[in-house]
Design a protein around this ligand. Structure first.
Ligand code: AMP
Length: 192
């Protein structure tokens, strides 16, 4: 199994976010899940890679060349792919994966997560998307997405595209138990 993890580049966040990331990274390494991530050395990205490497797991970084040039790449990650653009990087995150995990993050994480949800709505991406809601960080996003449905900007069926979980232990069982999704989702993508 290969999962893509979106998460924060910031190191200035509360320790509890690092603890949850450490716990998740340990689970992923122990369960022999291959991980693809942004390749960063700092913040939750750095913690994720540190722990997976320490525990003997597999992690691959995908990063635009300009970020490598300014030395943002994690030195201990040996499997790296460098892209020309941010767009190419985001497309590569989604290749040959079995699902996405979004940990707390800033605009970069939100953008990556919402793009994956948008592609899923169009039936162009069909894999599970699990949002780890550590410390209820994602409460406003959860409300926003519900509001999209309540006010008919999206269909009720779209609520099946993602799953919020509160603890790292729930992430893999949620990925395994996810409701299937297929390209025919395009039929109800638009609210006509
Ligand atoms: P954010 O959630 O805003 O911290 O953004 C995470 C995403 O932002 C990453 O996937 C990158 O697109 C980008 N990013 C920002 N800073 C860094 C960094 N120091 N190293 C790697 N990626 C970064």
């Amino acid at each position: 199994m290969r999962l893509c993890v979106y998460c924060a580049s910031s190191s200035k966040i509360d320790q509890l976010y690092f603890d949850a990331t450490e716990q998740l990274a340990g689970i992923l390494a122990d369960q022999k899940v291959d991980v693809v991530y942004g390749g960063g050395a700092y913040g939750l990205m750095g913690k994720l890679a540190d722990v997976i490497i320490e525990r003997g797991g597999n992690i691959k970084g995908i990063m635009p060349k300009f970020m490598n040039e300014i030395e943002w790449a994690h030195r201990k990650v040996t499997d790296f792919e460098f892209t020309d653009t941010m767009h190419e990087r985001k497309a590569k995150f989604l290749e040959n994966i079995d699902g996405i995990i979004a940990l707390p993050g800033g605009s970069g994480t939100l953008e990556e997560l919402l793009e994956a949800i948008t592609l899923k709505r169009l039936g162009l991406f069909t894999k599970p998307i699990v949002i780890l809601n550590t410390n209820n960080y994602y409460a406003p996003l959860k409300m926003m997405l519900q509001q999209c449905v309540d006010e008919h900007f999206m269909d009720g069926r779209h609520l099946d595209m993602w799953s919020f979980v509160d603890s790292p232990e729930e992430v893999l069982p949620t990925i395994f138990g996810f409701k299937s999704w297929d390209p025919s989702a395009i039929k109800f993508a638009a609210q006509k």
